[in-house]
Design a protein. Structure first.
Length: 63
């Protein structure tokens, strides 16, 4: 259950910081979904979220 909450929070954070992260290619990795539905664009950065979660876990583990 904790990992689900972490993943949802990371998706929200990546969505908020998406314009700044596009220069670093986050949000455009294979596995990140981009689609239009009813005239609205949706971006679901699953791969970027997992990658950032692993980086955060490694940093916290090192401390």
């Amino acid at each position: 259950m904790k990992w689900l909450v972490v993943i949802v929070l990371m998706v929200l954070v990546i969505g908020l910081f998406r314009p700044g992260l596009t220069r670093l290619r986050f949000g455009h990795l294979p596995g990140d979904l981009h689609f239009r539905l009813f005239g609205r664009a949706f971006h679901l950065p699953f791969t970027s979220t997992i990658l950032l979660s692993l980086v955060a876990w490694a940093i916290l583990r090192a401390l």
